[in-house]
Design a protein around this ligand. Structure first.
Ligand code: UDP
Length: 327
């Protein structure tokens, strides 16, 4: 039986990846320090013999007994609000954490896939973003702690590939959504859905003309799965190229949730990218992958997930008005 270590296992993407590799028959070792992850995302796996969990911070030396075939490094805060609250942990998990896991991959002879991001393109001047684009990042802006950690992560991963012959894979993840996102992470989808469920107005930052392209989590997981098992070691974009402005997206949410909320406008956060859309030609040609779930289907599933939250959960102060955090 193949053995895989998944860091960030209790997080949004990490927990869906644990499910996928369990379903594929793997022995899954989940690791998380639970700063932004939540055990309820993987609670259902604890009864399985093929699942183990280590409560561990990967910025400290990582030890896993026994053999390892694969490592997926998905531990990291991943929302602008988190970077603001825990900037140093964000820098450390992308840099020191990645270094530890590459070292582990080397001694175990394991193949390692690291989670990079469309944020390495910064506020992109090339549109849609191809893997060849080097990006436009403000190193000292509020997003710099994440963007630069992820850029360093790609560099050190390539260095382990060329210098130590470690088998490495790099996925550049574009905005991904679905069940198990955190209601209070400040990202636009849980923010808008939470507002709609509480009967509050939807907060659009700036004039809402900035664009994003949202990928449903099942599609993202399929792309990552295929990349891990491929023989392609250069970075590859995984995302849904169906681009929409945030203002139009807010209107879509109002329709979808059949709510009669108004849209209100708040200040645009510093360095908020004006446009983002993946060029997925490489994923299509090299992995035979493309997204299958459209926004209305994916958003409906996500909305249904959040609808199950209790009123007390939805009404918690920490889930409301993220504009107060905006720098
Ligand atoms: N956004 C918004 N209202 C909110 C939360 C976010 O208009 O309540 C905007 C945000 O300014 C950005 C877009 O939605 O332009 C996506 O934000 P998110 O934090 O989800 O992801 P990222 O900016 O990292 O792509």
């Amino acid at each position: 039986m193949k053995r895989i270590l998944i860091t960030g296992a209790a997080g949004f993407l990490g927990s869906h990846l644990c499910d996928r590799f369990i379903a594929e028959g793997y022995h899954v070792i989940g690791m998380d320090n639970l700063i932004t992850g939540d055990l309820k995302n993987i609670e259902h796996l604890f009864k399985l013999d093929r699942f183990e969990f280590y409560h561990h911070d990967v910025t400290k030396f990582v030890h896993v007994p026994g053999e390892l075939d694969y490592i997926l490094h998905f531990a990291s805060p991943a929302s602008p609000i988190d970077y603001l609250k825990i900037p140093i942990q964000t820098l450390k998990v992308g840099s020191l954490g990645t270094h530890n896991l590459l070292g582990l991959a080397r001694v175990k002879g394991a193949r390692i896939l690291i989670a990079s991001t469309s944020e390495i393109y910064g506020d992109p001047l090339v549109h849609p973003q191809t893997e060849e684009y080097y990006g436009n990042v403000n190193t000292i802006g509020p997003r710099g702690v994440y963007d630069e950690a992820k850029r360093f992560q790609e560099s050190i991963t390539m260095a382990y590939h060329t210098f130590h012959n470690v088998e490495t894979r790099i996925v550049r993840i574009f905005n991904t959504y679905g069940p198990r996102m955190r209601l209070n992470d400040g990202r636009v989808i849980p923010a808008f859905i939470g507002q709609a469920l509480r009967g509050e107005d939807l907060t659009v930052f700036g004039d809402g003309s900035q664009t994003r392209s949202f990928c449903y989590v099942d599609d993202q997981v399929e792309g990552i799965y295929r990349l891990l098992l491929s023989d392609y070691h250069l970075p590859i974009n995984i995302g849904n190229p169906d681009e929409i402005s945030i203002l139009d997206f807010a209107r879509e949410i109002i329709k979808l949730t059949k709510s009669d909320q108004e849209i209100i406008f708040k200040d645009l956060p510093i360095n908020d990218p004006l446009q983002r859309c993946p060029d997925i030609t490489k994923a299509q040609t090299i992995l035979g992958w493309q997204p299958k779930v459209g926004r209305s289907e994916g958003m409906m599933k996500t909305f249904e997930y959040f609808q199950k939250f209790s009123d007390t959960e939805l009404l918690k102060e920490e889930h409301k008005d993220f504009s107060k955090f905006i720098y």
